[in-house]
Design a protein around this ligand. Structure first.
Ligand code: AKG
Ligand code: FE2
Length: 359
């Protein structure tokens, strides 16, 4: 068999738009430019209604939460949570500080533009380079304190509030992600204490994480624009706050793209590719996208949670049996991000077991 490593280095990234980082100044255009015009999006048939046709909302205090999570992860790769412990006021503060950032003039935001190699800073989402058309959105990402960026953004003003809100939110998201990871593992029948790095009691819990603020300005022609193109997240799990509707999750096998309704104070949980790998394919990673609208400037805040730096994620031993042999080889988050940066939606194929050099 061909060696995976040589295959990856040979097939170097072939992005369509490698330098696509700087967003449009959305205030400057009255109509949708050709660079941003996509073929119209199709959505789920509105006649699909009822519980089985919308992303489940799970109360974390529900005694059946673990089994509800299992069903949601198998069927959707996504769910919403209530009673998650993050106060509603904090969600609103993060939204308001995000809006404050995006309201800055374009030249100010460009002071903190991300470089092609970096995942933090301001710009279009990194997956933009795989699409021929540009998305109707802009983003700003950080890991830990955004202080260095904030000082450049607001050199003569007080930037403490922006920093403290973002830092507080990351702390809260870390705690919630740990709790969710425990519940998701339990739903797979795995004791999270058996996985050293997943157990916060070991004091080892050094998850890596990225906080991403997304902005989708009001759009003159929403049916022909794309807020964020279809993708799965590379994380273990992503916790998402949306200010208004716009997120859609795909149920490919039957009903297609399904809008995720806003439930006051709820947070959305998307499973990422690393969780799909850990579950040995039992759980889906949610294929999702964001659509835009004509009346509301939509903001979303995504917290991507991944494993500790050196940890190789592979299918859990408990998920492997005669009927379901190991599907994937082990990868660190960084290795997986590199494979994604080169192969985008084919990345999982590259770590399938049958692609491994047996030697
Ligand atoms: O804005 C949204 O609803 C989706 C955001 C998202 O999928 C992402 O940041 O990866
Ligand atoms: Fe996403």
């Amino acid at each position: 068999m061909k060696s995976l490593n040589s295959e990856i280095s040979l097939k170097i990234a072939n992005p369509i738009n490698p330098t696509n980082i700087v967003p449009l100044d959305f205030n400057s255009v009255p109509t949708l430019p050709d660079s941003h015009t996509w073929t119209p999006c199709t959505s789920a048939d509105p006649s699909f209604t009822g519980d089985d046709h919308s992303v489940p909302v799970i109360d974390l205090f529900d005694p059946n939460a673990v089994s509800l999570i299992r069903q949601a992860c198998e069927r959707w790769g996504a769910f919403q949570v209530t009673n998650h412990g993050v106060p509603y006021d904090h969600l609103k503060e993060v939204e308001s500080q995000s809006r404050r950032f995006f309201a800055l003039p374009a030249e100010r935001k460009l002071r903190v533009v991300r470089s092609a190699e970096s995942v933090t800073g301001y710009g279009l989402v990194p997956i933009s380079k795989f699409f021929p058309k540009m998305m109707w959105s802009e983003g700003f990402s950080m890991t830990g304190s955004p202080e260095e960026y904030a000082r450049q953004l607001w050199p003569h003003e007080d930037c403490r509030q922006f920093c403290s809100v973002m830092e507080m939110y990351q702390k809260e998201m870390k705690g919630l992600s740990e709790k969710l990871l425990e519940l998701i593992l339990r739903s797979l029948g795995v004791n999270y204490e058996d996985i050293k790095w997943a157990n916060p009691k070991n004091g080892l819990s050094s998850y890596q994480a990225l906080l991403q603020l997304n902005s989708y300005p009001v759009c003159p022609d929403p049916t022909r624009a794309m807020g964020l193109a279809p993708h799965t997240d590379s994380s273990l799990l992503t916790v998402l706050y949306q200010s208004c509707m716009g997120l859609q999750v795909q149920r490919k096998e039957d009903i297609g793209w399904v809008p995720v309704h806003t439930v006051d104070g709820a947070l959305i949980v998307n499973l990422g590719d690393l969780m799909h790998i850990m579950s040995n394919g039992r759980f889906k990673s949610a294929m999702h996208r964001a659509v835009v609208n004509k009346t509301h400037h939509r903001v979303s805040v995504a917290y991507f949670c991944g494993p500790p730096k050196e940890e190789k994620i592979s299918s859990l031993i408990q998920m492997i049996d005669d009927d379901r042999p190991r599907m994937y080889r082990g990868v660190t988050w960084k290795e997986y991000l590199e494979i994604r940066a080169a192969h985008f939606d084919k990345a999982l194929e590259f770590i399938k077991n049958n692609n491994i050099d047996d030697a």
